[in-house]
Design a binder for this molecule. Structure first.
Ligand code: FAD
Length: 465
């Protein structure tokens, strides 16, 4: 734990009352959405300015105190967890939108701006911030950049990385760097901005971000389609991509749908029971586009790939169809799920899922398995639900045993052990399944450049040595 005298000194670096050490704050700020680790930070510090962040980093280097950057703490890999006496640096007090440039279509954000806040701000300007997911009402731009968040619109708009025009960062040495200066074209060597995106706070703090916006989508329309098996989902994707620019293509299983319907506040999409469902979205900007979607639907039914389907006819129906997918993560969180967030190239998805499914069925016969994910991006979320009676630690230990086999398949398919949630602590022991030893050595060397004393979020991405 950090020495009390050092904490006293930390208090002099920020505004009065902005270092918290009460048990409730330590508990709340010491954890994220994962429930694997018990929170145990020494203190929470809430800076208000970039200069205060720099002062905190210099203090941490002087006292060799580990710092954990903390955003909305909606992370699913324990990237923002402080379980070893670290000091958590939270950005709740740096949550303002600082500037908007209509011509460049850019917004300058402090790191604590909540994702939904940016989305709403963009909407108020008649524009669109397209990175979106179920936790966007709580997650922060700093955290989104830290994880290179993806979500439900990646098939059309890409990940957070695509929307970061420029960054201000405070490195683990306390230097302030302005990266890329918001330029579209900048061929001046290494793009350090990209290194900080997805770095999970291991290189330094994002203290300001210039985010790009897009034009607002026109008449978004969703379809939910029921398929007879998983293999039918991919030809459906192919057929719709042939005629339409999809803004989303998601899937979920019947078990996921059952959990959603059991909530009682979301209507069933249609009466037919199907083992799998695809949710797709497109801009029905003209009648011709809507007709094309219906013709493709009919083609899919004729081919036997789709058993039933529905298309939204109003904003309310659009929202209700999205709830079937968007509410899944939150709904199953009640069963403390063991989560895997894996990806392969889209063409490999069917064979990959078959192989993983066989392993899961063999080793988890007694657990309920809920599949869903951003299938149009090759990203599958495998969720194993904890039986009500089972102890959490015993459950996670039994799931961890099977990880090895799941990740061996991921490696065989040249896939990723984490598509979008990050490595954090939950996947750090498995990094070698996605990255070669040489690559990991380069990554560690890069960390040493920005954070020579290893104060920035130690134990995340890389297992402690
Ligand atoms: C219901 C639900 C649904 C989700 N759906 C998706 C989804 O579809 N796609 C997806 O990608 N993710 C999803 N997530 C995961 C999560 O919301 C994202 O990873 C999000 O980007 C985390 O943002 P946060 O602000 O909560 O970050 P945190 O959890 O607080 O932190 C995440 C990481 O970023 C680092 N960090 C935070 N702030 C900074 C900063 N200022 N500078 C440097 N590093 C920083 C932290 O140290 C940590 O390593 C979901 C989570 C939930 C709970």
């Amino acid at each position: 734990m950090t020495h009390p005298a050092a904490i006293e000194e930390l208090m002099t670096l920020v505004d009065p009352g902005k270092v918290l050490t009460d048990p409730a704050s330590l508990d709340a700020y010491g954890k994220d959405w994962t429930k694997h680790y018990a929170p145990a930070p020494s203190a929470i510090v809430l800076p208000k300015t970039i200069e205060q962040v720099q002062a905190i980093v210099r203090w941490a280097n002087a006292h060799r105190v580990a710092l954990v950057p903390s955003g909305g703490r909606t992370g699913l890999s324990a990237g923002a967890v402080a379980a070893n006496g670290e000091v958590v640096v939270a950005f709740d007090n740096m949550n303002r939108i600082l500037d908007f440039n209509a011509f460049d279509r850019t917004v300058v954000c402090q790191p604590g701006v909540v994702t939904r806040q940016l989305q709403s701000y963009a909407e108020a300007q008649g524009l669109y911030y397209p990175v979106d997911f179920a936790s966007s009402g709580s997650s922060q731009i700093g955290g989104n950049i830290g994880t290179n968040a993806g979500g439900i619109k990646v098939i059309r708009y890409g990940m957070t990385r695509n929307w970061v025009a420029g960054l201000k960062v405070v490195t683990g040495k306390g230097e302030l760097l302005q990266l890329n200066k918001d330029l579209i074209k900048n061929a001046t060597g290494y793009d350090l901005r990209q290194l900080f995106i997805g770095a999970e706070g291991t290189l330094g703090f994002v203290v300001e971000a210039t985010m790009r916006l897009d034009r607002a989508p026109r008449n978004l329309t969703a379809m939910v389609l029921g398929t007879p098996d998983f293999d039918s989902i991919m030809p459906v994707l192919h057929a719709f991509q042939g005629g339409l620019d999809l803004t989303a293509f998601e899937f979920f299983s019947d078990k996921g749908l059952a959990r959603i319907l059991a909530r009682g506040d979301v209507p069933a999409p249609f009466a037919t029971d199907c083992p799998f469902y695809a949710l797709l979205e497109f801009e029905a900007s003209t009648e011709a586009v809507a007709n094309q979607a219906l013709a493709t639907f009919e083609h899919c039914v004729e081919q036997g790939w789709v058993l039933d389907g529905v298309m939204s006819q109003s904003e309310t129906q659009l929202k209700n169809l999205w709830k079937l997918r968007e509410y899944l993560s939150e709904t199953i969180s009640h069963w403390t799920p063991y989560k895997n967030d894996i990806s392969v190239t889209v063409s490999e998805v069917p064979a990959f899922l078959r192989d993983i499914d066989a392993i899961v069925a063999e080793h988890y016969p007694d657990y309920e398995v809920v599949w869903y994910g951003h299938i149009g991006d090759g990203n599958l979320h495998l969720n194993i639900l904890k039986p009500e009676h089972m102890d959490k630690d015993a459950f996670f230990a039994s799931c961890a045993k099977v990880n090895k086999w799941v990740f061996e398949i991921v490696e065989r398919y040249n896939g990723s052990i984490s598509a979008e949630h990050g490595v954090g602590m939950t996947k750090r022991d498995y990094l070698g399944y996605s990255r070669s030893a040489e690559e990991i050595a380069c990554m560690k060397a890069i960390k040493a450049v920005f954070d020579p004393n290893g104060i920035m979020n130690p134990g995340k991405i890389f297992a402690p040595e």
